[in-house]
Design a protein around this ligand. Structure first.
Ligand code: TXA
Ligand code: MG
Length: 453
């Protein structure tokens, strides 16, 4: 009813605009389908092997309804431990195509395939393929969990719409009980990008998904676990298929680089004698994109590097990244900034703290948002000016996982509260801070360096 009323109002407005073609509502296609939201309690799901057992009938019904939607080739949004995903049958090209149309996602950006068991993994790979020992170690340590690994794809099983025509397929086994149960009950792998319109911040709550994709009329079903995603940003994407045996982190994420190195043991950082070393001598075997390696020119411009080609993570209001640590470096000149035409590529302008507050307040007619860690002098100062500033805590600086978990929640929450601009203070590029900075550099359209704090 609500969307019908909205259509009517829109129609009467459009009629008044002479240059807009309009259609009489009585002859229009049916109003967009509203999104059905079903509750799931992850605490009510346990597993016997890979098979889910439910103690709450409502949760069981919700999962079964979602399975039916999926097998009928519709998309379903569901919670994972990283961010909400927009799922569809991965091995069915027509189902997977709906992911692209629902998100407005460019077709050359490949999708991650989500599995609930090792048997499902085997079904995606060439029959004779055995994963390298490093992959076995990582799967034991981090699956189920926020780690995505690239594998050679079996092109006779995995449709090219999933891989965007590349020889590899990205695979992840999520840990969230709702995601695991959904995949296991479907009995088939699910392709699932983050459940946001392309270019927007990833959703960490069901309400974010509803606000972003619910209005499109293309999302029939959303599973709501009633909480914020525990990790809060996406999985770490790792390519370990290179001939040198190195693990290349294409996208930092929920599994930190430090944790990858730990899991691999002393062999992870090796010198010229080790299996991962190239002719150049000492170098780490866990390599981070843009920090330790770049891809070939053609690949850097293609979207095989997560988030490189397209604008990413940007809310509807401009975002400014604030550099404050003497040691931090602004984005390299070739970094793909997002937001206002990617101007975060430019070196950050230097400004004193007082001048920063004076200038930002003078330049705005409404409220301003600030996201920073608890011990930030910026946060303290903005809180004194509470009529002007809406602040959002990123937790303590000793706990970068908290900053990562709250990043998208802060961007989406402040946007919803109607701020004119969001300022985000940098966090140290260690542990989960690396993924935080990777995302915010892409979301920000501009940056400033505050020189005196
Ligand atoms: O945590 C996550 O990974 C979430 C949840 C829903 O599981 N999913 C997610 O998907 O972040 P998406 O589509 O938003 O990001 C996947 C990234 C894309 O940037 C894509 O370029 C990259 O992974 N990717 C997918 N397949 C790839 C491949 N074969 N080679 C290289 N990169 C790939
Ligand atoms: Mg995404």
């Amino acid at each position: 009813m609500e969307s019908f009323a909205l259509t009517r109002t829109l129609f009467s407005k459009l009629r008044r605009l002479p240059h807009v073609r309009y259609t009489n509502p009585s002859t229009m296609a049916a109003a967009p389908t509203p999104t059905r939201v079903l509750k799931c309690d992850p605490r009510s799901i346990t597993f016997s092997g890979d098979a889910p057992i439910y103690s709450d009938p409502e949760t069981e019904n919700s999962i079964k309804t979602a399975v039916q939607h999926l097998t009928e080739r519709h998309v379903v949004a569901f919670p994972t431990e990283t961010v909400y995903g927009l799922g569809a049958l991965a091995l069915d090209a027509s189902a997977a195509a709906k992911i692209f149309s629902t998100k407005g996602r460019p077709s050359d950006n490949p999708l991650i395939v989500h599995i609930s068991s090792r048997a499902m993994l085997a079904s995606l790979l060439p029959p004779s393929y055995a994963p390298p020992p490093t992959y076995e170690t990582l799967m034991r340590a981090f699956w189920p969990g926020p780690l995505t690994l690239l594998f050679p794809a079996d092109p006779s099983r995995v449709p090219s719409i999933i891989t965007a025509g590349h020889p590899t397929v990205a695979v992840r086994m999520p840990a969230h009980p709702v995601a695991r149960a959904l995949i296991a009950e479907t009995g088939a792998p699910l392709a699932a990008p983050s459940a946001n319109a392309s270019g927007k911040p990833s959703p960490t709550r069901a309400a974010h998904v509803l606000r972003d994709l619910g209005c499109t009329g293309r999302l029939p079903l959303l599973l709501d676990d009633g909480a914020a995603c525990a990790v809060g940003l996406e999985s770490t994407v790792v390519d370990g298929l290179g001939e040198d045996g190195a693990l290349r982190v294409l996208r930092p994420g929920g599994v930190t680089v430090e944790a990858l190195v730990d899991a691999l043991g002393d062999g992870a950082l090796i010198n010229g004698a080790g299996a991962g070393a190239g002719a150049g001598g000492a170098r780490p075997r866990v390599l981070v994109h843009k920090r330790d390696f770049v891809l070939g020119r053609h690949e850097e411009d293609a979207p095989t590097t997560p988030g490189m080609k397209y604008r990413h993570y940007a809310p509807g209001v401009p975002v400014t990244l604030l550099y404050t640590a003497a040691s931090s470096s602004p984005p390299p000149p070739d970094d793909k900034g997002g937001g206002e035409g990617g101007s975060s590529r430019l070196a950050a302008r230097r400004v004193a703290l007082d001048a920063f507050f004076r200038e930002s307040e003078r330049g705005a007619s409404g409220r301003l948002g600030l996201m920073a860690q608890d011990d930030s002098p910026l946060l303290a100062r903005a809180r004194l000016e509470s009529t002007r500033w809406l602040t959002f805590s990123l937790g303590e600086s000793a706990e970068p996982a908290r900053a990562a978990q709250r990043l998208f929640e802060g961007l989406l929450g402040l946007e919803e509260q109607g701020v004119e601009r969001i300022f985000v203070q940098e966090v140290a590029e260690e542990r989960e801070g690396l993924a935080f900075m990777n995302r915010i550099k892409k979301a920000a359209g501009s940056s400033l360096r505050i020189v005196d704090i």
